[in-house]
Design a protein around this ligand. Sequence first.
Ligand code: DDH
Length: 292
Amino acid sequence: QAGKAVTKLVPTKDDYQKVYNKIASILEDDSDYDDGSYAPVLLRLAWHSSGTYDKDTKTGGSNYATMRFEPEALHGANNGLNIARNIMEKVKAEFDWISYGDLWTLAGVCAIQEMAGPKIPWRAGRIDGFAKDVTPDGRLPDATQGADHLRNIFYRMGFNDQEIVALSGAHALGRCHTDRSGFEGPWTFSPITFTNDYFTLLFNEKWVWRKWSGPKQLADKKTGTLMMLPTDYVLTQDKSFKKFAKAYADSQDVFFKDFSAAFSKLLELGVPESQWVSSEPWTMKTMDEQES
Ligand code: DDH
């Protein structure tokens, strides 16, 4: 209608930085939770909400945040992520204009950057989808399998061998929980600091099958306190994977650079180009950088 102006306020980079800061401020709200930070479980939420992408059908990915709906919320691979989704509700309550897809992926960026990892270029523009958009079970990797399975899963998302290995380095953060996946323990001695230790440990420690009644996993022979999943260990066994894993063990800089690019790409899977609010990705500031 003529004369009736509709103003729609488009959030700016500053608005998203405020959301980032809010997420960062609650990461360590509960010192009794795991290793003292929610960062690892938030990172896993960002990854599982993006890693459902199928490039052939262009379904899945981070756009619609379909893990809010059953049955995706109940898929075995997503066990425990209700914790991460609930924490995100606290942020959503304050910033109700942000879509769940943007919120969850921004939490992944925040988790990496606040845990001393590389900067992750990020764009806003995901929209909330509906229950009809949920993806079928089985699109995320199964830790008991081998190299062929890893390739099937990640090639389907559009990644290559180098990107598979780089992304796997996220296991520098966090741990496995018997009541979530059945597996147990952390991959590194510093599970709330992002490093290339996952790769150095893969090569420098001797890994033996753990003797226990749980699912098949490896333990470091020296201390018995660290773990590797069968899919982690495969990165040292498959010739092509091994080449990249070795390069990341040799250089944290190379790992950070490649991880940042691959993770940024992961978070954008399934989002139509026309939806992005900015043509260039943004780099959010860490809390440390904003102090000065
Ligand atoms: Fe992972 N992951 N992941 N992972 N993952 C688990 C935990 C965490 C696999 C299996 C498991 C990636 C790739 C793979 C994180 C990030 C990423 C657990 C344990 C299993 C099992 C869950 C639990 O018991 O709580 C497999 C298999 C793969 C693969 O084949 C490549 C990737 C690509 C990422 C990423 O972020 C880019 C993080 C972080 C955790 C720790 C969560 C926590 O609560 O701590």
